[in-house]
Design a protein around this ligand. Structure first.
Ligand code: F6P
Length: 409
């Protein structure tokens, strides 16, 4: 008898039979007992388990070691083969400002789709490319190596036409003509709003939050934030060296649109003396007073991190300092450098988790949702709850930044 099939049979008998035979409905993988901390798999794989409703938690893409248990996977795989709908065409696009980690998400969407026997389709240049019908099948061999690349291999553009109801209807028509059954949209607030509009028109769509601004409501962190934060931090660290040598004040302007997250976090991580964010408005006189005191106490520099949307802008504060005859300031705008570069390990992993969860959500019959990070878990949230709101800046973090930069009395 051939040894290999025998080994397989034995393995299946060991892993699958005991689980199928003995497991009660509450301890099968995929079942949500609602008891946090219990050693169960709560996940999108639950859809594959007969009699279980899809849950909104995707723990298999989570970090609990118990969730990645081999028996669970094998069990699920066997159900999956039975229930799988082969050949679903799922399109993926990246839209809005690019964010490091988008490629990891594209790769994960495509590979998860392939693993289900689906056909992933790539859309070039976001919604604009979709309107122009720039859609083609993903070549599996072209996915290798993209996980570590910055930018987006699919390209991205902002489309005015798509913002109109006519443009949105045209996209629905294009999707129908191309026989695309589902769409995964990777992008920020504007892109997710677009996804919601399509969902309202009956398109099966799942969004993946990706923006360096970290302003998308409902997720602890969006794709690209960690890399952008580290890029900003590297600049702050370098600036600190030269600022100390010259005893200068230095204002470092970081991106973030109307959200102060990048500025606040890079200020904390970089040990900056002050931070300017759109959410809180300091009095410039107070800030100058604080700077004077810092120098009096022997500080060799005064680093201010300013969000691009701060009410007291980086340019204004820089000018203000230079208008005093005593102090000197320089200003550095980190700018688009924050959007580029190889994604950090965190963004590669997050992109992988979000991409996998997005396809799992579609397979579970979910639509009009966004995948999001909630604690350790990847969850889904209805898009209509997410769009039109901005992720608030944590006032405790802002307060902490103040405590940590306070001068000794
Ligand atoms: O939303 C991402 C972002 O980089 C913002 O931080 C910034 O305000 C904006 O995009 C810049 O957009 P653009 O690349 O079109 O200049």
């Amino acid at each position: 008898m051939n040894e290999a099939p025998r080994r397989w049979r034995l393995m299946l008998a060991c892993y699958i039979r005991p689980l199928m035979g003995r497991a009660s409905p509450t301890d099968r993988p995929g079942h949500d007992t609602g008891q946090p901390g219990k050693d169960v798999v709560r996940g999108s794989w639950g859809w594959a388990t007969p009699g279980h409703r899809p849950t909104r938690q995707h723990t298999l893409t989570g970090t609990r070691p118990s969730c990645a248990g081999r028996p669970g996977r094998l069990l699920v795989a066997s159900y999956e083969r039975e229930r799988r709908i082969i050949g679903v065409k799922v399109a993926i696009l990246t839209s809005g400002g690019d964010a490091p980690g988008m490629n990891a998400a594209v790769r994960a969407v495509a590979r998860t789709a392939f693993s289900m026997g689906w056909q992933p389709m790539k859309v070039e240049s976001g919604y604009k490319g979709l309107l122009e019908g720039r859609i083609s099948p993903v070549d599996r061999r072209r996915l290798g190596g993209i996980i570590g690349r910055g930018g987006t291999v699919l390209g991205t553009q902002r489309s005015k036409e798509f913002q109109s109801p006519e443009g949105q209807q045209r996209v629905v028509d294009v999707l129908e003509e191309a026989r695309l059954e589902a769409l995964v949209v990777v992008g920020g607030e504007g892109s997710l709003t677009g996804a919601m509009k399509l969902s309202e028109r009956g398109v099966k769509v799942v969004g993946i939050p990706a923006t360096i601004d970290n302003d998308v409501w409902g997720t602890e962190i969006a794709l690209g934030v960690d890399t952008a934060l580290n890029t900003a931090l590297e600049t702050i660290d370098r600036i600190k060296d030269t600022a100390s040598s010259h005893n200068r004040a230095h204002v470092v302007e970081v991106m973030g649109r109307n959200c102060g997250y990048l500025a606040l976090m890079s200020a904390i991580a970089g040990g900056a003396e002050a931070v300017l964010v759109p959410e809180f408005e300091p009095d410039p006189e107070d800030l100058i007073g604080f700077m004077r005191k810092a120098y009096d106490q022997g500080k060799s520099h005064f680093i201010v991190v300013a969000a691009e949307g701060a009410k007291l802008s980086a340019a204004e504060f820089d000018e203000y300092v230079n208008s005093t005859d005593t102090y000197e300031s320089r200003r550095t705008v980190v700018g688009h450098a924050q959007r580029g570069g190889d994604p950090t390990a965190f963004d590669r992993i997050l992109g992988s988790r979000f991409g996998t969860a997005a396809v799992e959500a579609l397979a579970a019959g979910e639509s009009g949702v966004m995948v999001a990070l909630s604690g350790e878990l990847v969850v889904t949230l209805p898009l209509d709850q997410v769009v039109g709101r901005m992720r608030p800046l944590d006032p405790q973090m802002y307060r902490m930044a103040g405590i940590l930069s306070a001068l000794p009395e």
